[in-house]
Design a protein around this ligand. Structure first.
Ligand SMILES: [Zn+2]
Length: 334
């Protein structure tokens, strides 16, 4: 029964957004698709993140984030770029999300560095002769045999490449809560036109939040796909777009599209060098900027086409993407 009521509200909310599509005026078509980008350099301060042979994740995250912000500003001079940290400090995760929500971010970009455990390698170093006995009583015999001796060493992991995380669609309730609590649609210029006069505590409002969750999922997944595409073009190993339902708290708590880029593996010596080099950091940043340009163009195209995204549509057209991601995830080593 409760589900049927919710379904009715969802249908009602869909028809509200369909009717707003009909009513859309030319002035709303030309509004900027994003105004504020929040960049979150992972870790910081006492939290070093993953450690390589000579560097820490937190420093790479900050260096890449600052380069990325400067490049975005260059490409989009009127975008508002905010950072959750610009120095070696550790803001609490909930403060990072709160900062992004309070500043009405339209996009949350989280920069991290990956790590994988080393491989244990056995090396034959020689043989040892051991004594053993067979038989009983008078037939008991002393025998010897040669036993191989190994030395075990841990080699650095060979894992490399980039992967981009988005908040899992199957765990959308948490994101929904963030959206309900922060009500990003209330700050839309034409809120009443789009959604009607709804009470924020009403089930209709919750239904709209559900649609927003799905819209953000679609946007996050699209941007994440564009980011991975750009990394592939410069020859980075593509570890794909992945969904997470746990562990990436900031993605669930930000009431906006959000992605987390794992830029490379600090546990791999070649990648550690790349991640620390100015060239590597610039290449990574340039890829994300190109992806952002594609994302903005995609949003503008949708806006110009008057494609008012309804959650239902966004969700169903994402199903094949979802399946791809899930099957890719299954075929991968952790
Ligand atoms: Zn990290």
């Amino acid at each position: 029964m409760v589900n049927r009521i919710l379904l009715l509200f969802i249908i009602a909310a869909c028809s509200i957004s369909v009717s707003s599509y009909v009513r859309e005026t030319p002035t709303t078509k030309n509004k900027k698709v994003i105004n504020t980008v929040v960049i979150d350099p992972g870790h910081g301060g006492e939290d070093a993140g993953a450690r390589g042979q000579y560097s820490n994740e937190k420093d790479i995250c900050l260096a890449v984030s600052l380069k990325l912000g400067a490049m975005i500003k260059n490409e989009f001079p009127d975008l508002n770029i905010l950072y959750t940290r610009e120095t070696d400090i550790y803001p609490q995760l909930h403060d990072r999300a709160k900062f992004a929500n309070e500043n009405k971010g339209d996009l949350y970009l989280c920069v991290h560095v990956n790590a994988a455990g080393g491989r244990r390698k056995a090396e034959l170093i020689g043989y040892k002769t051991v004594t053993y006995y067979t038989g009983k009583g008078a037939s008991r015999k002393k025998r010897t045999k040669r036993v191989p001796q190994y030395r075990y060493t841990t080699l650095p992991s060979e894992a490399k490449g980039t992967e981009t995380y988005i908040w899992g669609a199957h765990r959308s309730e948490d994101k929904e809560l963030a959206i309900i609590e922060n009500a990003p649609m209330l700050r839309e210029e034409n809120f009443e036109q789009n959604y009607g006069n709804v009470d924020v505590n009403s089930p209709e409002f919750i239904a709209i939040s559900l649609l927003k969750t799905k819209q953000y999922f679609k946007r996050s997944a699209t941007l994440a796909g564009f980011i991975q595409d750009e990394f592939v073009k410069v020859g980075r190993v593509d570890r794909d777009v992945r969904q997470r339902g746990i562990g990436i708290w900031v993605l669930q708590a930000t009431a906006m599209p959000s992605v987390l880029v794992e830029t490379g593996f600090i546990s791999n010596p070649d990648e550690e060098r790349y991640l620390n080099s100015p060239e590597g950091q610039e290449e990574l940043s340039a890829c994300i900027v190109k992806a952002l340009k594609n994302y903005v163009a995609w949003l503008e195209q949708r806006q110009n086409a008057g494609a008012q995204e309804t959650g239902g549509q966004a969700y169903s057209s994402n199903l094949s993407f979802l399946q791809q991601v899930e099957s890719a995830e299954k075929n991968r080593q952790p």
